[in-house]
Every structure is written in structure tokens, then in C-alpha cells.
Design a protein around this ligand. Structure first.
Ligand code: DQQ
Length: 471
């Protein structure tokens, strides 16, 4: 059965995927199968709170418009997943869409297998689950869940997220010739608990450019990080580390390679409001926009919204060659929207603080302030005044974006009711949630608030598009 979608409620995103109602968390089993993008996700189908994990399912032909499908995986009583179907990974096993996920039975976390039919409309669990009956002996582990799978010659490999007590997060490497019988190969990567957390949830391991990337959601950091490094002799050696997203919303990202060879990442965008408010609204959790991943020349992972999203663009306003100065007019004075895209390109040498305010009420009681400080090379979002409701989060979120001497600044911002997703020069991404209470918190403001040196702030081009909803 597919539930009806909840009506628009002012906070509910209109062009980011989210379930018809109730709870979602991690994206799961992302796969481009026979020309269709499949998005599975951790789902509680009976309430807007985390419990009783199922796999929700949606499908899309263009990565933009989604069709809800019936729940793909339910916990089966008296089985390895009787207490929850946790996160997992989808892959093409000799022409069959195949899933490895974590089943939960009491306190045990048990790797389980399932296969889809050719249309991937039904998923059938393997009768012999679990395929790995227990974690490797001799390690004092804090968890054993979530999977990332790949093939090398005749071997299938997977890493499972874990943590070694007193040491740090870890990924455990397994291999199999037939995806049913798995042998433990060894520790694939081990972190330090003080720096990168005690337990690594949702590992995602893949080649990118001439490097390998390991994306992790470490407990207790509460935000996703990634390593770029080398992979040889079954061991991954990190060389660089950075955060996937500088905001406080992204968790449990998962990527896949589509039929065009692009690596695309989705994340869970957590709520920034109370559990009570989520239950009252009847929904919780939303997916990030699909992000195209590449390895930048700086050796870090770059992220850009996929170009398909441009099909949502409606009414457009454009400005070219505007000199911004403190006290100047608000370019966005006529904007009244909570679902738009904005792309601003500034000349190099930003000797000022640029501010973009969104979801502003006319009297300024509610506003969310996105700033770029050209002196520090820092992008930030101030949520302290986003909502008159004191129960909403107010955290100031920041990400470093130092620019090379001749590098222009490019701010690409998506506002979708309670979601704000910012891509700055494709390499510093910041996503957060805001919950204005007033129906007229629809205004926007763009200008500079402080200048120094020659005080130059030249806006080369600004485009603002009204974006259509996807339902
Ligand atoms: N969510 C799943 C787990 C995973 C966690 C359970 C991360 O498999 O470790 O809903 O958000």
C-alpha cells in the first residue's frame, strides 16, 4: 500500500524527496537499474519518529521527480531482521539487483542478503539469512552494521561499519566469491576515537579520480566526514580528511554510480526541531539534493547539484555587473518565495562580508543569514533568528572557504521551505534546516555589510529562479 502524501505545510520541502508521511533517515540501496533511479531509505511507516526500521522505496527516471512505491523490506518475525531492517547497499550481481543490509535481532546486528526481480519492484530476502552469523572473533567491537560493496575480479568485497572499544571507529573488510559465504579479510581502516569517533556508521567506500574515498558517519560526531587516500593490500590509508557538509543536518550519506558513470550522493537531512514538533507535523526527515561527486585538483571531494535539477527552474530574474557597497539597495527586494534557487558569482578579491538573507519576515523578526567573509575565507549560516519558535535549533554553522588570489566566489543556494542547501565553489557545502513561523517570512536580501581595503565587491552575475515542486 502507498500512503497519500501529506498536504503542503509551509515547512515541508517541495522539491527534495521525502516519504509521503512519517519518518525517514538514511538513504539505502541507491542504484540506477534498467534506466530507473531507485531510492530506498530507512523508514518508520507508522509515525514520525525513529522505530521499527523498514526500507521505504521510491523510483525516478530523472533524479528529480519521484514516484513512491510500496515498502520494499519489512522486518520478518522470528528472523534475523525481526527487530529492524537497518541500512544497506544495492549492487548488480551478475545481472540481478542485490542488496546487503543489516538485520537486527535483539542486540545482534546481522548481515543479510536480498534480491530484486528484474524491475526491482519486489525484493525477496535470502532464506539462509544472516550471511555472516557473527562479527569476527577476537575484536572488542562497538557495532557491526551498514555495508559498502564492490567487485574485484572474481571476488566480491564489502566493508562493514564498526568501532574497536578503546581505539576508534573501524571498517571491517570481508570477501566472497558467491556473495553468500563471506570470509573476514581484516581491518580495512581504523581511526582514533578522539578525532574521528568511536563507531563508524554507514561506511561508503569507492574510487574517485585516482584516489579512494571512505565516507563515514561517526558516533558521536553527529556529522559525516570523509577520507581521501590510498587502497592497497586490503588496507585503506587516509591521506586527507574533511567534512561532507559543514551544516548540522547531513548524516548517513550514501553514493552510487549511475548508468552514465557519474558518482552521485544523497544524504539524510535531519530535522532541527523538537521530536514533539516532528510527530505533530506527521513527517520527519528529507533527502538532500542529489550531488555529483568529483575529485578536485586540491585533492578533496567536490560536490555540485546534478544538472537535472535545472528542469525545475521557473520564473527567472538576472542581474549583471553590479557593484555592491555597504548601505546599497537590496537587489532581492522584490523576492517573495520559500522555494527558489539562487546562483551568485562574484569577482575575485572579495574585500567585504557578503550577506544573503532568506526566509525573512518584512519586519526582520525572522531571518536566516548566510554570510561569506572574504577576510577569513569563511561561509556561515546564522539561524539564531530563523524562527520565533524557541524550540527550533539556533546553531551558527560555519565552513572554511579560502579562495585563491584570482578565484571568483560562486554561491549556489537552494531554499526549499525548511531546507537550505548551499554549494560554495563546489567544495564547501553547508546544509541546514530552518522553521520560520510566519507565513510572510518569504523575503530575501543580498548585499554587503562590511568592506575594507579597496572595498571592492563586484557581482558578476546573479540569477534567481522560482523552483517548481516535484509532486
Ligand atoms: N541508521 C541505521 C543504521 C545506521 C544508522 C538505523 C545511521 O543502520 O547505523 O536506522 O543513521
Amino acid at each position: 500500500m502507498i500512503l497519500d502524501r501529506l498536504p503542503r505545510d509551509g515547512q515541508r520541502p517541495q522539491y527534495h524527496y521525502l516519504p509521503p508521511r512519517h519518518w525517514m533517515n538514511d538513504p539505502n540501496g541507491l542504484i540506477h537499474w534498467r534506466g530507473e533511479y531507485h531510492f530506498f531509505y530507512q523508514h518508520h511507516p507508522y509515525g514520525a519518529y525513529w522505530a521499527n526500521m523498514h526500507w521505504g522505496h521510491a523510483v525516478s527516471k530523472d533524479l528529480v521527480h519521484w514516484q513512491d512505491l510500496p515498502i520494499a523490506l519489512y522486518p520478518t518475525p522470528d528472523s534475523a531482521d525481526q527487530d529492524g531492517v537497518y541500512s544497506g547497499y544495492a549492487f548488480n550481481h551478475n545481472g540481478t539487483p542485490t542488496i546487503l543490509y543489516t538485520g537486527v535481532r535483539s542486540h545482534a546486528q546481522l548481515p543479510c542478503l536480498a534480491t530484486g526481480d528484474d524491475t526491482l519492484r519486489t525484493v525477496t530476502k535470502y532464506e539462509g539469512n544472516p550471511v555472516i552469523p557473527a562479527p569476527p572473533a577476537g575484536l572488542d567491537l562497538l557495532g557491526f552494521r551498514d555495508h559498502s560493496v564492490w567487485q574485484e575480479g572474481e571476488w566480491w568485497y564489502q566493508v562493514i561499519g564498526s568501532g574497536i572499544r578503546g581505539v576508534g571507529g573501524a571498517t571491517l573488510l570481508y570477501r566472497s566469491r558467491n556473495i553468500v559465504d563471506w570470509e573476514y579479510v581484516g581491518l580495512h581502516c581504523v581511526g582514533s576515537s578522539l578525532e574521528t569517533g568511536t563507531m563508524w556508521e554507514c561506511p561508503d567506500f569507492f574510487p574517485l579520480g585516482d584516489k579512494y574515498v571512505l565516507v563515514l558517519s561517526p558516533i558521536p560526531l553527529g556529522k559525516a566526514i570523509y577520507f581521501v587516500g590510498r587502497y592497497a593490500n586490503h588496507v585503506f590509508t587516509p591521506e586527507k580528511q574533511w567534512t561532507v557538509d559543514n551544516g548540522n543536518s547531513v548524516y548517513a550519506p550514501l553514493s552510487f554510480v549511475d548508468e552514465n558513470g557519474r558518482r552521485i550522493l544523497f544524504s539524510w537531512l535531519r530535522e532541527g526541531r523538537s521530536g514533539e514538533a516532528q510527530i505533530k507535523a506527521g513527517w520527519s526527515g528529507v533527502a538532500s539534493l542529489p550531488r555529483l561527486l568529483t575529485l578536485g585538483e586540491d585533492g578533496f571531494v567536490h560536490q555540485e547539484p546534478v544538472p537535472e535539477l535545472q528542469t525545475l527552474r521557473g520564473k527567472q530574474k538576472t542581474w549583471e555587473d553590479v557593484e555592491l557597497a555597504v548601505g546599497g539597495e537590496n537587489l532581492l527586494a522584490s523576492t517573495s518565495s520559500s522555494t527558489f534557487e539562487l546562483l551568485a558569482e562574484f569577482d575575485a578579491h572579495v574585500n567585504c562580508i557578503i550577506q544573503l538573507k532568506v526566509r525573512c519576515s518584512p519586519d526582520g523578526d525572522e531571518e536566516t543569514i548566510i554570510s561569506y567573509n572574504g577576510d577569513y575565507g569563511e561561509l556561515s549560516v546564522r539561524c539564531a533568528e530563523s524562527s520565533l519558535d524557541p524550540a527550533q535549533h539556533r546553531e551558527l554553522q560555519r565552513g572554511m572557504l579560502p579562495l585563491a588570489a584570482d578565484e571568483p566566489l560562486r554561491l549556489h543556494v537552494f531554499v526549499d521551505n525548511s531546507v537550505i542547501e548551499i554549494f560554495a565553489n563546489g567544495r564547501t557545502v553547508l546544509t541546514t534546516r530552518v522553521y520560520p513561523t510566519r507565513a510572510d517570512s518569504m523575503g530575501a536580501w543580498l548585499g554587503v555589510v562590511s568592506q575594507w581595503g579597496n572595498g571592492r565587491c563586484h557581482l558578476k552575475r546573479l540569477d534567481v529562479w522560482e523552483l517548481a515542486g516535484i509532486w
